[in-house]
Design a protein around this ligand. Structure first.
Ligand SMILES: *[C@@H]1O[C@H](CO)[C@@H](O)[C@H](O)[C@H]1NC(C)=O
Ligand SMILES: *[C@@H]1O[C@H](CO)[C@@H](O)[C@H](O)[C@H]1NC(C)=O
Ligand SMILES: *[C@@H]1O[C@H](CO)[C@@H](O)[C@H](O)[C@H]1NC(C)=O
Ligand SMILES: *[C@@H]1O[C@H](CO)[C@@H](O)[C@H](O)[C@H]1NC(C)=O
Ligand SMILES: *[C@@H]1O[C@H](CO)[C@@H](O)[C@H](O)[C@H]1NC(C)=O
Ligand SMILES: *[C@@H]1O[C@H](CO)[C@@H](O)[C@H](O)[C@H]1NC(C)=O
Ligand SMILES: *[C@@H]1O[C@H](CO)[C@@H](O)[C@H](O)[C@H]1NC(C)=O
Length: 772
């Protein structure tokens, strides 16, 4: 056994040495052809220089040998068309020259000096030497889309992505090592200015001649001209002997660090990437379209009233599918309607910004203005736009709503352009069959959408009616998958009444998730109902459910991971207290989330457990409602339910105890308690405080009636009238009688300041004091 092994080892090293003798020193008149003897290997055989297959023929460059697939790490003359098989590549004193069968010579590598030898090195660097054995040209100085370990990206140089996995021509995105020390990603063919940048290392001003470096252990970092480390992109420290690392700007515009075992058949895995949001690269979707993520993959969609210029080239953008006509008829009626897109926005290029309280105001303002082609609405500001729009994207955390003006009558649909008529005839047949296919797909997806009907995208036509579109999909996981995702259920994020929450990571560690293991007592039917209830919900102020696992007794729900802990953690830790305006923002966020559950979903959902512990904070300070374990879905038309008590002590509305039917007003009650906590940054009951301050409700009522609201916020600088309004809202919410409590919509309007005159709430303090 051992003897055989040693024999094999000897054979192996022998073949390597012959390879070395044959190829490491390429001398004058050595040549390659695409079909026979197509590669010069490096001594170890890992890298090779020469011909490889590309779309439409052969390309010349450097490959990292792999089985079944080679990895292309460098391409010569990448924008020249691929060559045919009857050419030869010859090493001459002038460098590398391609000879066609007609005797034509094309320079592939021109070192501008007389070359005497060349070598494919084990580092993946292809090098030309002069007669003094000095390097006169090396591929490491002319990177295409890949950086190998030991290679540097010099100041002024860039990596440029390829067109596709098969076409190595210059693609759409670049990573530039700028002279100002900043490493920046831009689309290609645009000015390198900040408005086009979509990623930067933020090392601007660290001096010129900074470099990007990759070490053999996967360490990716920036050095300034004197070799001082100015930024670490990755930690490194990976295994060196048995692993190959490379960094590449991929076709999708994101640059990633990959690793692979030495074994030719092992696969690449992503160690790090510049972004996890594939919609980040600007220009991925062209003009008048926007990018959104579906199952982590970017999808381009045209604005309403627009179609793709070329469906196979979505980056070319979209053009109008109707002819813009006079904006108003003679009788003053308006020819257009407005379609709205929630959470969609683009590069703001407004010609006019007006303040408008509601979306409807903004819609009106745009309809009446003949110059207005679209508008972006956010924070009571209506930004009127001219099209085309650029860098559009949809991200659920964005509160912007986009409005686009579209033609109302079908008569205004544009007829095919004259010049394109012939061509259009050709594709008529194809389009017809495509149309049929589309109808089938539509029918099917319509069914799916109907089943999973959520409230994601509201389309508001001029009449103001809502049309619901876009369904939600849930991923199903096996227990084994979740075990892997959570690394064997090691990191516990929290424990609650109905289970334990673990931290996990999906897609090679790029997407963090929270995996909730439900107690065994959860029935299957209950679980399925719950899941369906949530599958359709989609709102920036609700934690999103991504998937589930139902395998025997194992019941899991997989949620998006929210990074900044709970609101309770913020409110009850003095060092973390948010400022007043931040706190009011949080209260509005939560109210919006509740509003969605109460009024915007297909069927009304009561959360039943609104409290600071169940509000999670994202990295931008936005609040999201979580823990739907107790949520109760009301059937269509049903407004109240007689159910067993749900909720948490201190936040439970009194009607639960009176055995009365409960309505969505129980959430308003819990919200009111929480609002008082948000105002005062303290717990419901705090025994460490003086007697009269122990119970929050009583203390607030007392201060309100005594006109001493300042006591509630200590010495924080808060606008007195605003404080009074907020306290009033809180006190209205916690009225004993559910009918007295405002709807959450009204609560939101009061919080936002749209309703300013808030009546004085009936006193609750007496009852509370008697109860204590
Ligand atoms: C390559 O071969 C040439 C001639 O055979 C020799 O002069 C040169 O030193 C060799 N170069 C290397 C790097 O071995
Ligand atoms: C590769 O992409 C370039 C740029 O889009 C294009 O001009 C070229 O024709 C493509 N090559 C092939 C073989 O399709
Ligand atoms: C070489 O190949 C090209 C493309 O396949 C062809 O057009 C040309 O005629 C060939 N030349 C010879 C001499 O075979
Ligand atoms: C380069 O080589 C050519 C001949 O191939 C020779 O005439 C010329 O002098 C050489 N130049 C240098 C700088 O050695
Ligand atoms: C590199 O950084 C070091 C430390 O900040 C600084 O002393 C040095 O001047 C920098 N070099 C250049 C060329 O900016
Ligand atoms: C950067 O490199 C250029 C050219 O090599 C050189 O002239 C310049 O002095 C360098 N700057 C610094 C700060 O090292
Ligand atoms: C980068 O990491 C190295 C250690 O790996 C550390 O010495 C250096 O200070 C770090 N640089 C920056 C800018 O954080």
């Amino acid at each position: 056994m051992a003897a055989v092994f040693i024999f094999l080892l000897l054979l192996f090293s022998f073949s390597i040495t012959t390879a070395q003798q044959r190829h490491s020193n390429i001398s004058k008149t050595s040549s390659l052809t695409p079909t026979t003897d197509s590669l010069w290997f490096s001594p170890s055989g890992f890298f090779a220089f020469g011909f490889y297959h590309a779309e439409g023929g052969f390309a010349i460059g450097i490959i990292l040998v792999g089985n079944p697939q080679n990895t292309i790490v460098w391409t010569a003359n990448r924008d020249e068309p691929p060559v045919s098989s009857n050419v030869s590549l010859v090493f001459t004193v002038h460098g590398l020259v391609l000879r066609t069968s007609q005797g034509r010579e094309i320079s592939i590598i021109d070192p501008h000096q007389n070359a005497s030898s060349a070598s494919m090195l084990d580092s993946g660097n292809f090098v030309l030497y002069n007669s003094k054995q000095e390097i006169i040209w090396q591929s490491f100085d002319h990177p295409t889309d890949t950086l190998l370990s030991g290679q540097r990206l010099q100041a002024g140089a860039e990596l440029v992505s390829s067109v596709s996995e098969k076409n190595y021509s210059t693609g759409m995105f670049q990573l530039k090592m700028q002279h100002d020390g900043n490493l920046v990603q831009y689309p290609t063919n645009v000015p390198e200015v900040v408005e086009y940048a979509y990623w930067a290392s933020d090392t601007h001003g660290e001096g010129d001649n900074a470099t990007l470096n990759l070490d053999a252990d996967g360490y990716l970092y920036l050095l300034n001209a004197t070799g001082f480390n100015i930024k670490n992109l990755t930690d490194g420290g990976g295994p060196q002997e048995e692993t190959i690392y490379l960094m590449k700007i991929d076709v999708d515009g994101i640059f990633r660090l990959y690793s692979r075992g030495l074994d030719q058949s092992s696969e690449w895995s992503v160690e790090w990437s510049s972004s996890i949001d594939k919609c980040d690269p600007k220009g991925l979707c062209g003009l008048n379209s926007y990018c959104s993520l579906m199952d982590q993959e970017p999808v381009c969609t045209c604005l309403p009233g627009f179609d793709f210029v070329d469906k196979s080239q979505k980056s070319w953008g979209c053009e109008r599918n109707f002819v813009a006509e006079a904006c108003k008829n003679n009788d003053g009626s308006i020819e257009y309607s407005i379609e709205s897109l929630q959470s969609v926005m683009w590069e703001d290029d407004s010609y006019l910004v007006i303040s408008s309280r509601t979306e409807e105001n903004c819609i009106e303002a745009c309809l009446e203005d003949c110059n207005c082609e679209a508008a972006l609405f956010k924070n009571s500001e209506c930004r009127k736009q001219k099209l085309p729009s650029r860098f559009g994207r949809r991200s659920l955390s964005d509160e912007t709503t986009a409005f686009v003006k579209v033609g109302t009558s079908t008569a205004t649909r544009r007829a095919p352009k004259e010049s394109k008529k012939e061509w259009r005839k050709d594709i008529l047949i194809i389009s017809c069959s495509l149309l049929a296919l589309a109808c089938i797909v539509l029918a099917i997806s319509g069914l799916l959408i109907y089943r999973n009907r959520g409230c994601t995208l509201k389309k508001v036509s001029k009449q103001g009616n809502l049309r619901l579109t876009e369904g939600a999909t849930l991923q199903s996981f096996t227990y084994q998958e979740l075990k892997k995702v959570t690394n064997g259920f090691t990191e516990v994020l929290g424990k609650g009444g109905f289970g334990t929450v673990y931290k996990g990571a999906m897609s090679n560690g790029q997407r963090l998730v929270a995996v909730k293991k439900l107690n065994v007592s959860t029935g299957e039917k209950e679980f399925r109902t719950e899941m369906k209830a949530l599958a359709g919900t989609h709102h920036r102020n609700l934690v999103q459910l991504l998937g589930y696992c139902l395998e025997g007794p194992n019941r899991f729900l997989v949620y998006e991971y929210i990074s900044n802990g709970s609101l309770a953690n913020l409110l009850f830790t003095p060092a973390k207290w948010p400022r007043w305006d931040e706190r009011m923002g949080i209260a509005q966020n939560v109210a919006r989330g509740i509003l969605y559950l109460h009024e915007e979903c297909e069927t009304q959902i009561m959360h039943c457990d609104i409290k600071p512990q169940n509000i999670l904070m994202d990295e931008y300070g936005g609040a999201k409602i979580s823990s739907f374990g107790l949520a109760k879905r009301l059937k269509h038309g049903q407004t109240s339910t007689l159910a067993e008590i749900r909720g948490t002590k201190g936040y439970i509305a009194p009607e639960w105890f009176r055995n009365q039917p409960v309505t969505v007003k129980v959430d308003v009650y819990s919200f009111g308690i929480m609002l008082l906590q948000i105002i005062c940054c303290r717990k419901n009951f705090d025994l460490s405080l003086p007697d009269e301050e122990i119970g929050l409700n009583e203390w607030v009522s007392h201060c309100f009636e005594a006109g001493e609201l300042g006591k509630l916020v200590d010495d924080e600088e808060v606008d007195k009238r605003e404080l009074e309004r907020m306290v009033k809202v809180g006190l209205w919410c916690i009225q004993d009688e559910p009918l007295f409590r405002p709807s959450i919509k009204k609560v939101l309007l009061m919080l936002e300041g749209s309703i300013i005159d808030i009546p004085v709430p009936p006193s609750t303090s007496t009852t509370y004091f008697s109860a204590v």
